[in-house]
Structures are given as structure tokens and as C-alpha cells.
Design a protein around this ligand. Structure first.
Ligand SMILES: Nc1nc2c(ncn2[C@@H]2O[C@H](COP(=O)(O)OP(=O)(O)OP(=O)(O)O)[C@@H](O)[C@H]2O)c(=O)[nH]1
Ligand SMILES: [Mg+2]
Length: 282
């Protein structure tokens, strides 16, 4: 199978296509911790040259230096892009300014209409709520919260369309490896949380900022003598995830690691780097 939930994904793509004609600008949300693989390359063709602003959301959870590198890299490739945090930090004035600037010409007196698209759980509904200054759209810490389309009218003269998330085809998502599961974009039940937790622990343990986050959360002894494959056991001990008989409950330990990472308790990390500058041809 190459597609997730083919019915829902086809319906969401149809919603995007059907509403494209009535919107002035599209905001494409990505997760700043996975600026490449949290974007569906299929959207490009679907959006047919509509003015588009790419927003690397959840920037509060990503490594700020890496976010700057990603913004520069994408900008150099001709994209309009900015970093944002829908639920933290600075307000939406820069985002609003960009929307008005990129929205193009409109009939006088008509509202600016903005469609928000992106993979599941990247914060589309949260961004709308932040712009609206009120909780108009339902949000939740799992993919698939928004089920249908919802227009939200903001004074003055701004209308926003919230849509469900679209997942890239499964084969492309696999290229994102465990990252998409780690940040909560792909649905539960489609990955093994134990494998994701072990991957995350090894990823973190292999870099100084990651080691710092692990020690701060689970104790210094975590890295003192742990071989990579025993990290999960060590976390289980630190977190008191014990099964009957005093054995470590690896499932609970894995869930704790994934949750701690998603909530930013292990530090601010970006799971993929922009490609190195390609050498000029010739
Ligand atoms: N730390 C942090 N959390 C965020 C941010 N934006 C959204 N979230 C959280 O991420 C989760 C998903 O947010 P939603 O707004 O429901 O995401 P969505 O893209 O609308 O998700 P679907 O409708 O399921 O596709 C929620 O728990 C939000 O509180 C952000 O900028 N920073
Ligand atoms: Mg939503």
C-alpha cells in the first residue's frame, strides 16, 4: 500500500482543489523540526502557482540555529518562508503582514482569503486560532483532529480556511524515517513506538545538545555507561516504568521518551539539516 487512509486523503486533496479558486494566498505549514519531510511534495502540483507562504511552525521546539539555516536555504530556492510558533512567543503581526503582502490584488472591499494546508498535526488549526485571537478551531496533540473544512472570519477583512492534514504517500514518508512518527505527524498504529524511541535516544545521544537534554531529564547516569541499545532500559529505570517482577516496561518507557521529545522536554532539536550548498555547475 502506498497511501494512508486513501479515502480521507483523496477528500482533503479535493477540498484543496475545490477551494483554491476562491483563496488569494495559501499558507503551507511544516514542522520546523522536520522542514523537509513534514511537507508533502505533492502539494506543489495541487496549488498550481497560487501565492504561497511556507511557515515552519513549532519553531519553539526546533533548534533556532537550524531554523535560520532552513529559512535561508528555502529562501535561496525562491520560496517565501518564515518561522513561527502558533502556541508560543511573538504574536502573528509579521505573519499577517506577509499574508497581506503576498495576497496579491483583490477587488476593493473584498476580504483576503487564506487557505491553510499541511501535513497532519503541524499546527494548522492552532495557527488559525492564534491569528483569530480566540479558540475558533479544534486542536489536539494527535494527527487527524480537523475532519472537514471550516472558514473563520477575522476582522478586518481576513477570512481563513482550515482543512484536515494531507500525508505524503507512504513511500515518501518512509524517507523521513522515524522523524515523522517522532513529531507525531503520522497516525499512531502505523509505527512501532519502541523503535521510534530507540531511534530518538540514539539520535540525541550522538550529539552534545541531545546528550545535555537526556541528562537533564533522565539523570547524568543515563549516558555514563549506557551502550546505545540499553538507553531505553535506563530511561525506564529513571522514569520508574516497571513491569511486574521488577523488569523494565519498555512500552511505557518508549511512550515516555516520545512524549518528552514532542513536548520539548529533551531540548530544542531539528531532526534534519538543509542539504549542503550544491557546487555551481561547470
Ligand atoms: N509547542 C508548540 N506546539 C504547537 C504549536 N502549534 C501547534 N502546537 C500543538 O500541536 C498540536 C497540533 O495542533 P493542531 O493545531 O491541532 O494541528 P493541525 O495541523 O490542525 O492538526 P490536524 O487537524 O490533526 O491535521 C496541538 O497539541 C497544539 O497545541 C507550536 O507552534 N508550538
Ligand atoms: Mg486541525
Amino acid at each position: 500500500m502506498t497511501t494512508w487512509y486513501p479515502g480521507i486523503m483523496a477528500r482533503t486533496r479535493r477540498l484543496i482543489r475545490e477551494n483554491l479558486a476562491v483563496v488569494d494566498v495559501v499558507v503551507e505549514l511544516a514542522d520546523a523540526r522536520l522542514p523537509r519531510s513534514s511537507r508533502d511534495p505533492g502539494l506543489e502540483g495541487l496549488l498550481r502557482g497560487k501565492p504561497r507562504l511556507a511557515v515552519l511552525n513549532k519553531a519553539d521546539l526546533a533548534d533556532p540555529r537550524m531554523t535560520r539555516r532552513w529559512v535561508s536555504w528555502l529562501t535561496a530556492r525562491g520560496e517565501r518562508v518564515m518561522a513561527f510558533s502558533a502556541t508560543a512567543g511573538a504574536g502573528p503581526s509579521k505573519l499577517l503582514g506577509n499574508l497581506w503582502a503576498f495576497g496579491g490584488r483583490r477587488r476593493p472591499g473584498r476580504s483576503l482569503r487564506v487557505m491553510v494546508v499541511g501535513t497532519p498535526n503541524v499546527g494548522k488549526s492552532s495557527l488559525l486560532n492564534r491569528l483569530a485571537g480566540r479558540a475558533s478551531a479544534a486542536t489536539g496533540d494527535r494527527p487527524g483532529v480537523t475532519r472537514g473544512k471550516q472558514w473563520i472570519t477575522l476582522a478586518p477583512g481576513l477570512e481563513l480556511l482550515d482543512l484536515p492534514g494531507v500525508l505524503p504517500p507512504r513511500s515518501l514518508a518512509n524517507e523521513g524515517g522515524y522523524g515523522l512518527a517522532a513529531v507525531g505527524i503520522v497516525p499512531e498504529g502505523t509505527y512501532d513506538p519502541g523503535a521510534v524511541a530507540v531511534w530518538l535516544l540514539e539520535w540525541l545521544a550522538s550529539r552534545p545538545s541531545g546528550r545535555q537534554g537526556l541528562c537533564a531529564t533522565y539523570g547524568d547516569e543515563l549516558l555514563a555507561d549506557a551502550a546505545p541499545h540499553t538507553l531505553l532500559e535506563m530511561v525506564g529505570r529513571a522514569r520508574g516504568c516497571l513491569a511486574p517482577g521488577g523488569k523494565i516496561d519498555r512500552e511505557r518507557a518508549a511512550a515516555a521518551v516520545v512524549k518528552d521529545f514532542r513536548d520539548g522536554r529533551l531540548g530544542r532539536h531539528t531532526l534534519e539539516s538543509p542539504p549542503r550548498a550544491v557546487q555551481a555547475d561547470g
